[in-house]
Structure formats: structure tokens, C-alpha cells
Design a binder for this molecule. Sequence first.
Ligand code: TXA
Ligand code: MG
Length: 337
Amino acid sequence: METRILSRSRGWLDLAKQYIEEGDVVAFHTETVYGLGANAFSDAAVLRIFELKGRPQDNPLIVHVHSEYDISPLIDGEPPYAAALRKAFLPGPLTMVYPSTGKVSKYVSCGLNTLAIRVPSSPTAQEFLRAVDLPIAAPSANLSKHVSPVTARHVYEDFNGKIPLILDGGACTGGIESTVLDCTGEIPQILREGLVTREMISSVAGDCGIYRAQKGERPKSPGMAYKHYSPRCKTAFFGADALDAAISLYEAAERKGETPCFLCASEQVSRLGGRMALDLGGTGEVMARRLYDLLRKGEKTATLLIGIEPQETGGVMAGVRNRMHRAFGVEHGTEEN
Ligand code: TXA
Ligand code: MG
């Protein structure tokens, strides 16, 4: 199968609609990362997503809809705080988990009685969702466990020859996946940190928890149980106060004939004595936007990628740190501590 990458052009959405209606899978731009979408009402189309990604069948999918789509048949009620959050942050990088009415394919939620819904703000995503006018189940458009894609080229690298179409909306400006928020309880609870921060949610809902799985418990957001977002080279990770140890490892690797490279914040790059480094930038927003692109660059150019924890905390940094921990296999992401 030929995989076409199309930017806005005559007929591009007609083609996407045709593929979706035939039960095929289409990749599309969103403001966070690219998604791999299929008709959420179709069992076969949803199963095809799991097959293409090599995704475990207990990791549920998010359903994407356009701004005017009526979600009330899909969800079993909504607390007042959720309606307020929708008004404040949608369309945008916030996914809301509701009690499900079970109208979409049972494979979307993998046996959970809830449904995750997202209204992306990307014009490409909105136009695509409007054209099909269906709920579209879509995980990030990467092979399972690989780094999420923030350009159409990244999607192509993972799915060339396997999907018919990628709707190219340019580089993703958000850069890390949406915040996943459980809206089934008394107060909202963050299941995955992202660009809509705990502080932002609290300011509208009055309160906001963060879910941390207890040892041995099945996580509420099952995706969190897996190593994720990982580059395909060797990796190492150091705290912000361990630059000397990180440099020692870099030098030892060089002596062994390896190609090591750092991945860290601008302020840390300036303290690495000109050694090879990928620069994440200075603020949470910039780090989020660059992280996945640099992880993909790193795996292509280095044999050992050495991550260093940024100094910054709070706001968007919670999401950036969480994704760095996941990418470098550090066992203290949001859900474990
Ligand atoms: O920004 C995003 O959210 C991107 C773009 C494409 O929209 N999508 C994305 O999907 O990151 P995915 O499949 O890579 O991650 C979905 C996360 C997983 O951690 C999954 O476990 C969680 O959302 N999730 C989905 N449905 C859920 C549900 N009913 N209850 C709890 N967590 C759920
Ligand atoms: Mg993903």
C-alpha cells in the first residue's frame, strides 16, 4: 500500500472520509501529537488500530470529535465541573473521561465502563472530524512504545506502507499528549499530565486531584503501566545535580567508540563543555514542543542518549518530566510515586 502525505489541498478531506467510511485508518495532525484515527463505531476499524500499532488490548483509546459534535449519546451524564472545564479548555489539549453509554465499539475502552473524549483545536483535526462527522478513535500515531510523532514525517517512519493517508498539518505546536482527566468522581482527577495543567484545572473546577496507582492495582489509565515514548538507542538518565556523573558516562562511552549525546535544558547545555547535546530549550512550553522531535533525532544520531532532568518544576513541566521519565525508563513517573 502506498502511504500518501497530503497537506491542505482540493479533495484531501473527501479522500480521508472515504477511507474512514471503508473502515480504514487515517493519520491526522492535532495540536499535541499526530493521531492514528478510525471510526469508533466499527469493531473491525478499531481493532485495526491495535494491530497496526502493536498495542496491548487493555490500553483504551481516546475518541476525538469536532466542536459541534453532540457527545450526549456517548456519555452517561456530566458533573457541573466537567461542563465548566469543557467551556474553559475545549477545543484544546484536554481529554475528559466520562461514564460511557457503551455506544461506541467495545474495543475503544477495553472493557472499562468509561469513555475518554477529546476535542482537538488543530484546524486540520477539526476539518477532518467535521468532514467525517463521526467519533474517531485515535491513539498517538507511533508504533507501541516508540516516541510519539510530532510531524507527518515521524508518522511516515513508523507506518509507511501500512496506512493509506497522513493528513499533514505541519509540526505539532503542543508537542506532548493531552492531559487525561477523570471526570467520573466528585472532583476531577488527572490520569496523565499534559499541557492543561493541574493549576489551570483547579482554577476552573475549584479542585483537582492527581491519580497515583497503588502498587499491584490495575492503573485507572492503563497506558501508564507501560514503558512509553522510548528512543531506540541505549539511554541513561541523571538528576539535575548529577552533571559530573553524566559527563563521566559520556566520556567513558566515547572511549569505547560509542556516539553519546546529551538531551537537556539550554542552561545545562551551556555547562557541558561543548560536548554533543540536543537542546530542549528554557521553558516548559518549549521543552514540550521539542522533546519528541529531539528524542527521534537522538535515536538516529547517537548510540547512547543521556537525559538530564531539568531544574524547572510546576505547570507544564509536570508533563514534560513525566514524558522524560517514561522515555528514559525512570520508574518514578506520575503514576508510580
Ligand atoms: O494528545 C493526545 O491525547 C493524543 C492525540 C492523538 O489526541 N492521543 C493519545 O492517545 O495520546 P494514546 O492512545 O497514545 O493515549 C491515550 C491515553 C492512554 O494512557 C490511555 O490509557 C488513556 O488515554 N485512556 C483512554 N481511555 C481511557 C479511559 N476510558 N479511562 C482512563 N484512561 C483512558
Ligand atoms: Mg501514545
